[in-house]
Design a binder for this molecule. Structure first.
Ligand code: CTP
Ligand code: CA
Length: 225
């Protein structure tokens, strides 16, 4: 009988990961959401767990299920719930990766009853949600490593670098919707990573599982440089 030992290079680390979309309720039956599947964040959680980490996965309303040892899943619906879960868990984690597609706006009021249609247009007033990545960036200690994602359709590099800086992240993973084989719901992704030292890492189109490995390897590299 043969045993194959996995690389346990993250054993003893606690990793906070956000994944999936958020849903912002308009009334009891309707919401504002987005096309995020949660697959990229779940692949990251699985890669970290495989390598010995304890993962706190804060998962929005995704169709995916996760039942992996060493991944503790907190299910949330709205951006506010995701923020609260992260605010509670961040201080006990050494690494945080914000891969969720968090809603930027939420209804000012959620109607108690189903909104009935009427003649003319419906106006739903929206307010800004809290930025989870930026909030953790403001709380971060020297011992913590914070990773963000960026989804852009234009001026990709400039916008990604702006986000890295503005949110006080250590690394940002740029996801390009324009690239073939990348995007929502797909099983493949194409990423470029920028770190706080202005290093740029480019990768070809790969499966989300392989992309997760590239991201975790880059995090490991950044911890050790
Ligand atoms: N993010 C977050 N909380 C929010 C909005 C975004 O934590 N309320 C995080 C995402 O998880 C991602 C990063 O911020 O890691 C960038 O998200 P993105 O939507 O690309 O950028 P925004 O800063 O929201 O700017 P915009 O959507 O206008 O490009
Ligand atoms: Ca956004």
């Amino acid at each position: 009988q043969q045993f194959f030992f996995e690389q346990a290079d993250f054993s003893g680390s606690r990793v906070l990961i956000t994944a999936g979309p958020t849903y912002e309720a308009i009334d009891p039956v309707r919401f504002i959401g987005n096309h995020s599947s949660g697959k990229m964040g779940i692949a990251l959680a699985e890669e970290f767990a495989k390598r010995g980490a304890l993962v706190e996965l804060v998962l929005g309303p995704s169709a995916q299920t996760v039942q992996t040892a060493n991944i503790h899943v907190t299910r949330v619906t709205s951006a506010e719930e995701m923020f609260n879960a992260c605010a509670t868990m961040f201080s006990s984690c050494q690494i945080a990766v914000m891969s969720a597609a968090v809603a930027d706006y939420t209804p000012v009021v959620t109607a108690d009853e189903k909104i009935k249609k009427a003649d003319g247009n419906l106006h739903v007033e929206l307010k800004r949600t809290k930025d989870i990545l930026a909030s953790l960036g403001a709380l971060k200690t020297k011992e913590q490593l914070l990773v963000g994602f960026a989804l852009e359709t234009q001026n990709e590099k400039a916008y990604a670098l702006q986000k890295l800086e503005a949110k006080n992240a250590d690394m940002i993973v740029l996801n390009s919707l324009n690239d073939q084989g990348a995007g929502f719901g797909k099983d493949t992704n194409k990423i470029t990573i920028f770190d706080k030292n202005k290093q740029e890492y480019t990768f070809p189109v790969k499966s989300k599982r392989e992309v997760a490995k590239d991201i975790v390897d880059t995090i490991k590299h950044l911890i050790h440089v």
